[in-house]
Design a protein around this ligand. Structure first.
Ligand code: NAD
Length: 477
C-alpha cells in the first residue's frame, strides 16, 4: 500500500461500502473532506509543471503500460465492481473491456496528428497546437465504477492534464484500485488522484478556482447543478445526465432478434444503464414480439444472470414506480417486485418487470426508472411513435426494430437522441465514435469520448512565424 492509499484508508471519518448482493458492509473507506480537494489540487498543480511538458508520445507510452495492467487486472477489478455495484461478474468484465477500449483510443492520440501547420502567406507559417488545460476533474455515478471514469481519465491525462476523480460514494473501491494501477504503470504522483466523498466534494470541485474543467456523469438534476456551478466559476463543463430510452417496434421486426435484444437492453446491469430500454413503443400489432420479449425476460433470474440494484433506496424507488403504474391502470405482464434470492435474503434485487398499456399520464412513461423495468406504449403509426419519442425531455438513446431499410432510415433521422440503434437494443457507439446524448441528457458542448473529447480537454495555441525579411510584409493578404 503506498502512502496515498494508506492515508485515505486511515481518514478519521469513513464511508461504509455496502454490497447490494448481501446488504452487508464489506469495507470501510476514508471519507475525504473538502480540505483534501485543496490538497489534491495543489499536488496536481505541481505535477502539471512536468507532466504537461512531456511529449504526447511519451505520455501515451505510459498509458500503454497502464492498458496492459488494466487487462491483466481484469479478474480482480471485475470482482471489486461486482461486490460494490451488484452487477454480474460478466457485466463487470464488460465494463473493464470498455475502459480498455477508451484507454486504447488515448494511447493512439499521437497517431492522429493533432497539431497543424500551414503557410498562410508567402514565408509566413501558422502552427496550431492543442495544449492541456491544467488541473481538471471528473465526477462519476454509481452504475459504471470503472467504465465511466475511463471515459475521461486516459484521454485527459494523455493530453497533458492532471485529473482528480470524485467517484460515487456508493462505489468508492474501484476508483482506489484504478488509482493504484495508474501509479504502478508509471504515471507520476499527482497526475491522477481519487478523492472519495459525497456531494460536498463535488461542490468543492465546482468552486475551486484552480480547476479548469469539470466532466460530470450522473442524474439530470445533479448534472444541471454541476454544470451551472462550474460555469459560474468560469470552468468549461460537460455534464451528462439521465435518460428515458424509447425502442420503436414495428410488426415486420424479427421477433427472435428483437425479443432477445430488447430483454437484454432493459435488464443488463439490472436496468441501471443510461442506455437501457425503458419504453417499448409498439407500432400496430406486435403481440408476437411482445411475447418474445416476455419469454426472454422470464429467463432472467435475480442473483444468477440478473444482478442486484446498487442501493436499497433505488430498489424501493423502482418498486414504487411499478406499483404506482399498476394502480393507474397499467397491465402487469411480468412482476419483479418482492424478489428474495436464496442465501442473499438481504440483497437488493428486483426481477425483470414488464408493464403493458402504459399511457402518457403515468409517471413511469416519462421519468427515469433506472431498474429492470420495461413499459409498453401502443400507437398506430410510425409517425405517432416518432412523435411520442420526440416529446421526451431526454435524448440519450433510441432504437427502431424493423426489417425495412427505408423506414429505419426515416426513423433514425427523425428520432431526437444522440445515439440511435437500428435493430440494436443498446446503441452505444464503439470508439472512436463518441458517446453523448442530447437535451436533458447532456449539458455543455460535444461528446464525452472520441474526437470531440480532444477539444474538451485542450485549448488551442496558434503561433504565426516569419523568418525572412523579404517575405510578405502584409501577412494578412
Ligand atoms: P447522481 O446524480 O445521484 O450522482 C452522481 C455523482 O454526483 C456522484 O458522484 C454523487 O456523489 C454526486 N452528487 C450527488 N448529489 C450532488 C450534488 N447535489 N452536488 C454535486 N454532486 C452531487 O447519479 P447516480 O445515482 O450515481 O447515477 C445514476 C444516474 O446517472 C442515472 O440518472 C443515469 O442515467 C445517469 N448516468 C448517465 C450516463 C450518461 O452517459 N448520460 C451514464 C451513466 C449514468
Amino acid at each position: 500500500m503506498n502512502t496515498t492509499l494508506a492515508e485515505k484508508m486511515a481518514a478519521k471519518e469513513t464511508l461504509e461500502v455496502i454490497s447490494p448482493i448481501t446488504g452487508e458492509v464489506v469495507e470501510k473507506v476514508g471519507l475525504q473532506s473538502t480540505a483534501d480537494v485543496d490538497k489534491a489540487v495543489d499536488k496536481a498543480k505541481e505535477a502539471f509543471n512536468s507532466w504537461s511538458k512531456r511529449t504526447l508520445r511519451d505520455r501515451s507510452q505510459i498509458l500503454y503500460t497502464y492498458r496492459n495492467l488494466l487487462k491483466a487486472s481484469m479478474p480482480s477489478l471485475a470482482e471489486i465492481i461486482r461486490v460494490e455495484n451488484g452487477k454480474t461478474y460478466n457485466e463487470a468484465k464488460a465494463e473493464v473491456e470498455k475502459a480498455i477500449e477508451v484507454t486504447e483510443f488515448a494511447c493512439s492520440l499521437p497517431q492522429l496528428n493533432l497539431d497543424t501547420c500551414s503557410e498562410v502567406s508567402r514565408g509566413i507559417y501558422c502552427r496550431m497546437s492543442k495544449k492541456p488545460l491544467g488541473v481538471v476533474a471528473s465526477i462519476t455515478p454509481l452504475n459504471f465504477p470503472c467504465m465511466v471514469p475511463h471515459w475521461t481519465i486516459p484521454i485527459a491525462i494523455a493530453l497533458g492534464n492532471c485529473m482528480i476523480l470524485k467517484p460515487s460514494e456508493q462505489v468508492p473501491l474501484t476508483g482506489l484500485k484504478i488509482e493504484q494501477l495508474f501509479l504502478q504503470a508509471g504515471v507520476p504522483e499527482g497526475v491522477f488522484q481519487v478523492v472519495n466523498g459525497k456531494a460536498d466534494i463535488a461542490q468543492a470541485i465546482t468552486q475551486h478556482p484552480d480547476i479548469k474543467a469539470v466532466s460530470f456523469v450522473g442524474s439530470t438534476k445533479v448534472a444541471k447543478l454541476v454544470y451551472e456551478a462550474s460555469c459560474k466559476t468560469g470552468k468549461r463543463a460537460l455534464c451528462l445526465g439521465g435518460a428515458k430510452n424509447h425502442l420503436l417496434v414495428l410488426p415486420d421486426a424479427n421477433p427472435k432478434m428483437a425479443g432477445a435484444d430488447i430483454a437484454a437492453s432493459m435488464s443488463g446491469c439490472a436496468g441501471q444503464r443510461c442506455m437501457a430500454a425503458s419504453v417499448l413503443v409498439a407500432v400496430g400489432d406486435v403481440q408476437s414480439i411482445i411475447k418474445s420479449v416476455v419469454d426472454e425476460a422470464k429467463k432472467l433470474i435475480p442473483g444468477q444472470n440478473l444482478g442486484a440494484i446498487t442501493t436499497c433506496s433505488s430498489k424501493e424507488r423502482i418498486e414504487g414506480y411499478i406499483s404506482q403504474a399498476i394502480e393507474q391502470g397499467a397491465t402487469l405482464l411480468l412482476d419483479g417486485r418482492g424478489v428474495v434470492v436464496e442465501g442473499k435474503e438481504n440483497g437488493f434485487y428486483v426481477g425483470p418487470t414488464i408493464l403493458d398499456n402504459v399511457t402518457p399520464d403515468m409517471a413511469i412513461s416519462n421519468q427515469e426508472v433506472f431498474g429492470p423495468v420495461l413499459s409498453i406504449m401502443h400507437v398506430d403509426t410510425v409517425d405517432e411513435a416518432i412523435a411520442l419519442q420526440n416529446k421526451s425531455n431526454y435524448g440519450n438513446g433510441a432504437s427502431v426494430f424493423t426489417q425495412s431499410g427505408s423506414i429505419a432510415t426515416k426513423v433514425a433521422e427523425e428520432l431526437k437522441a444522440g445515439m440511435i440503434g437500428v435493430n440494436i437494443g443498446v446503441p452505444v457507439p464503439r470508439e472512436p465514435f463518441s458517446f453523448g446524448g442530447w437535451d436533458d441528457s447532456r449539458f455543455g458542448v460535444g461528446d464525452i469520448t472520441g474526437e470531440s473529447s480532444i477539444d474538451f480537454w485542450t485549448q488551442r495555441k496558434k503561433i504565426t512565424t516569419k523568418w525572412n525579411a523579404e517575405d510578405k510584409k502584409d501577412w494578412m493578404s
